[in-house]
Every structure is written in structure tokens, then in C-alpha cells.
Design a protein around this ligand. Structure first.
Ligand SMILES: Cc1cc2nc3c(=O)[nH]c(=O)nc-3n(C[C@H](O)[C@H](O)[C@H](O)COP(=O)(O)OP(=O)(O)OC[C@H]3O[C@@H](n4cnc5c(N)ncnc54)[C@H](O)[C@@H]3O)c2cc1C
Length: 405
């Protein structure tokens, strides 16, 4: 293994591993470090999450040569239905309906389970000769100067590169060490996550119900199963998690009615505390943040990983152009192009998800009536509906990076 690389990446989660593959594709050498081993996280049931990959994220998986291995496990999302919900009435009749036929390119996204996505990334990283992967290596310190970046592991090994990328998640110690401050807050909510099997077909439809306790998403998976992401206050989430499976299902069932017929759990149940955490800067000389290390948002619109993939596509685009021009890939003016591309978009997404969560996690009767009516009105406006669909599919941006075209 070498000691000097074009790019050093701390964190081999979904974003760090994808970044390594993106950079390697245009010839950069990459060292990818993680405190854990990816294969330790591949055990079935390690992570109950499923991701709604937008159309542009799916294009990116294709560009990176990953889609062929993923597509048989991916469930297309053809329709999205949004509505108000209240116990014990279930969903209100004012549906906002997004239909994939209203955009030019078919499914607006695909659901992919974490347990399929990670092994595909792991295999691609292992096979790639441009990438040296260092599992079970915890990063102790780093230094970035105008000339180069360097890192030191907790075993005292040093590595140098032209650019250091932090992909070490929401609590990014690397960003803190670099003196980057964060803004954000705890939502006072946790997401309860599980997969269910159901009697009736989901017809490739994703449902988002806005319950006063917090949003509830029912997202279609393969083989007549759906992924549930259900937000509750921390206190209620903790007590629901203490219930046995049958009691858990009896709390879940009345929240979305009986349109899926009989339901049963298909795997373990999980709980994630929800918070907003945005880095005030995404770059410094020879240093860039991507993924949750740059921004952790509410999962209400299922956009967290999609936002990380957009960071990676934008950064790869900027670095590829820089390399073609023969400039230095870690120079601050180069990295500022990446920051300019992403920061506004990320702040807008954080504001939108935060605003939606606050507006809809509220049981005021007047607000409820207004919201339900609002959804019904938007549903009658085809141009507005179409622009929402394009946004969810990732097609809203004027300039799409190479990997997403
Ligand atoms: C309930 C829920 C549902 C979600 N649903 C969706 C969805 O439908 N669609 C979507 O797009 N997104 C979704 N998301 C968001 C998505 O899960 C995250 O955005 C994504 O997993 C973040 O990946 P990451 O690689 O940036 O960070 P992480 O997954 O946190 O990875 C960070 C990595 O860095 C490593 N690390 C940390 N510190 C060090 C160190 N000092 N040295 C070495 N390694 C280190 C860790 O071991 C880890 O492997 C959801 C999130 C939640 C909570």
C-alpha cells in the first residue's frame, strides 16, 4: 500500500464509499479509511433502513456501474400519495397525488434496502485498483495546509494527499477538528423504522401521511413488502419500542387504515433519533465535507442520502474539470466551486424538510383543515404538481453534474 494519494477519505459509509468510486472513475488514487469494517455492517438486519433513491441518484448508480447489481432488488416508485391523517380516522380524503406519467422519464425513484446497497458498494471498492481501503482504522488527527493534506491514524501511521474529504457522518470529528461549526437542533422526535409484509399489493405507490404526532411514510419494497418510517416524540418512540411485536403492530395499524390488508413485521424494528445538523462551511484549503458530515436533515422527504449523492456528483464534476485543466484539485478556489454549487441547495432542503415537519406535526383543528384543503388544491394544479415531481426525482436543478446526467 502507498502512503501518498490524490484523495484521502475519512468514513466508508454509503457516501464515503461512493465518493471513492466516483473519484477513481476519472483516474484519481484514493485511500478510504473507516473505524469499522464494511462487511461487519453487512449482516442481514444490521440496518433496517431503505432508501428512496431519486431518479438522478439512480442515474448516478448507473454511471458508476453499480445499478446492474442493484436493480433486481430495487422497487420502482410510480406514484406518491400525500395526505393528512389523524387517529382514529386514518387518512383524510384530500390526497395529493404525484403520478410518474407526468414526467418524461418514468419512475421518479427506486426503493433500495441498505442491506443490498452496502454489499454492492463493498464489492466495487474491493475490486477497484485505484482505491486502497483501510478498515478498522480510526483517524486520530489531520492537517491541511495550502500545499497538502495529511492524516494520522490511532496506530500512528501517516498518509498524505492532495485533498482530504470528511465523510464521517453527522458527528464528524474531522469537521470539528477543522474548526467548522454546525447549526441545528434536536427535533424531539425519533424515527421508528421497520419493514412489513402485507396482503394487498402496494401498486408501486409511496404514501406520506402527516399525523399530528409526526410524519409516517409507507414506502414500497419488492415482494409485497413496504418500509415504514414513522416519527414520534422520543418518549412515545421509546415506549412503543418496548412493546412486543404484536402490540407494536396494533399501534401502527390504525395509523394508516386497512388498504394493504393484513400486515405483519418482516424483520427487526429500529429507532433513530432525529436532528438537524448543517456545517457552516463545506470546504477549507485541501479539505471538503460530504454527506451527513456536511448536512444531516429530517427524513420526512427521504432526501438525506440523495443530498449526499448530489454532493459527491458535484464534487467529482468540479475535480474532473480541474484535473482536465491541469489545476490542483485541493486548491481553495476549486473547492469553493463545489461549495457554491451545493450550499444553497442544502440549506433550502433543510428549510423545506424542517418547515414541513413543523407545519404538519401539529394537531390544531384549524391548521389540519387548512392543510388538508391545501393538499386538495395543489392536487388540482398540474403545473405545480409536475414541479414537485421533478424536484422529488432530482430533476429540479438547472445544472446536473456529469454523474447524474
Ligand atoms: C430513519 C432514517 C431514514 C432515512 N431514509 C432515507 C431515504 O429514504 N432516502 C435517503 O436518501 N436518505 C435517507 N436517510 C438518510 C441516510 O441514511 C443518511 O443520509 C446516510 O446514511 C448518511 O451516510 P454517510 O456515509 O454520510 O454517513 P454515515 O452512515 O454516518 O457513515 C459515516 C462513517 O464514518 C465512519 N467514521 C466516523 N468517525 C470516524 C473516524 N474518526 N475514523 C474513521 N472512520 C470514522 C463510521 O464508522 C461510518 O462508517 C434516512 C435516515 C434515517 C435516520
Amino acid at each position: 500500500m502507498k502512503k501518498s494519494y490524490d484523495i484521502l477519505i475519512i468514513g466508508a459509509g454509503l457516501n464515503g464509499a461512493t465518493m471513492a468510486l466516483g473519484a477513481a472513475q476519472f483516474g484519481l488514487s484514493v485511500a478510504l479509511f473507516d473505524a469499522h469494517k464494511m462487511s461487519d455492517q453487512l449482516e442481514t438486519g444490521f440496518d433496517g433502513r431503505s432508501y428512496a433513491l431519486s431518479l438522478t441518484s439512480v442515474r448516478m448508480m448507473r454511471s458508476l456501474g453499480l445499478w446492474d447489481a442493484l436493480k433486481d432488488h430495487a422497487q420502482p416508485i410510480l406514484d406518491i400519495k400525500v395526505c393528512e391523517g389523524q387517529l382514529p380516522d386514518g387518512p383524510s380524503p384530500f390526497f395529493l397525488h404525484f403520478d410518474h406519467n407526468e414526467i418524461e422519464e418514468g419512475p421518479m425513484g427506486h426503493m433500495v434496502q441498505d442491506r443490498y446497497l452496502r454489499p454492492v458498494l463493498q464489492a466495487a471498492v474491493d475490486e477497484n485498483e485505484q482505491i486502497d481501503y483501510f478498515p478498522k482504522v480510526k483517524m486520530q488527527s489531520h492537517k491541511c495546509t495550502a500545499e497538502c493534506a495529511s492524516v494520522t491514524t490511532d496506530a500512528g501511521q501517516d498518509y498524505t494527499g492532495k485533498l482530504l474529504i470528511a465523510a464521517d457522518g453527522r458527528q464528524s470529528a474531522t469537521a470539528t477538528r477543522a474548526g467548522i461549526r454546525r447549526k441545528g437542533w434536536d427535533y424531539g422526535q425519533s424515527a421508528l423504522v421497520c419493514a412489513i409484509e402485507h396482503e394487498n399489493p402496494h401498486n408501486a405507490t409511496a404514501y406520506q401521511y402527516f399525523m399530528p404526532q409526526g410524519p409516517l411514510a409507507i414506502l414500497p419494497l419488492t415482494n409485497n413488502r413496504s418500509s415504514i418510517v414513522w416519527s414520534e416524540t422520543h418518549e412515545r418512540a421509546n415506549s412503543i419500542m418496548r412493546l412486543d411485536d404484536a402490540a407494536y403492530l396494533s399501534v401502527l395499524r390504525p395509523r394508516f387504515g386497512d388498504f394493504l390488508g393484513d400486515i405483519k413485521l418482516a424483520g427487526k424494528r429500529y429507532k433513530y433519533p432525529l436532528s438537524l445538523s448543517i456545517a457552516e462551511e463545506f470546504v477549507k484549503p485541501r479539505f471538503a465535507l460530504i454527506g451527513d458530515a456536511a448536512h444531516g436533515i429530517h427524513p420526512i422527504a427521504g432526501q438525506g442520502l440523495n443530498a449526499g449523492l448530489k454532493d459527491i456528483a458535484a464534487l467529482c464534476h468540479v475535480l474532473q474539470d480541474t484535473q482536465k485543466r491541469g489545476e490542483s484539485i485541493g486548491a481553495i478556489d476549486v473547492l469553493e466551486r463545489y461549495q457554491e454549487w451545493r450550499r444553497f441547495d442544502v440549506n433550502l432542503l433543510a428549510l423545506a424538510t424542517d418547515g414541513f415537519n413543523k407545519l404538519f406535526s401539529n394537531s390544531n383543528a384549524l391548521l389540519r383543515a387548512g392543510r388538508a384543503l391545501g393538499l386538495g388544491i395543489v392536487n388540482q394544479m398540474p403545473r405545480m404538481r409536475r414541479s414537485f415531481i421533478r424536484e422529488a426525482a432530482g430533476l429540479g436543478a438547472k445544472d446536473l453534474p456529469y454523474l447524474m446526467r
